[in-house]
Ligand binder design. Structure first.
Ligand SMILES: [Zn+2]
Length: 71
């Protein structure tokens, strides 16, 4: 039976995992917990890793060239 329950990401309250039973705020038990988690993101507690794009490589290479290329 434990496998049919998920824990709220914020307060660890058990939430039914079945689609028909779970709250619209899943995987959170309530909208409050959802907002708390969102606040963590906005507060910088979580870091979203951003993939490096080709444009970034050019910028990085330009920085390296500026540091090493010219005496
Ligand atoms: Zn909760």
């Amino acid at each position: 039976m434990e496998s049919k329950v998920s824990l709220c990401s914020t307060c660890r309250t058990p939430i039914p995992r079945e689609e028909a039973l779970r709250p619209p705020t899943f995987p959170f038990c309530s909208s409050r917990c959802k907002m708390v988690d969102l606040g963590k993101w906005l507060g910088g507690e979580y870091v979203i890793p951003e993939p490096i794009r080709p444009d970034d490589y050019e910028a990085i290479e330009a920085v390296i060239a500026a540091q090493t290329g010219e005496g």
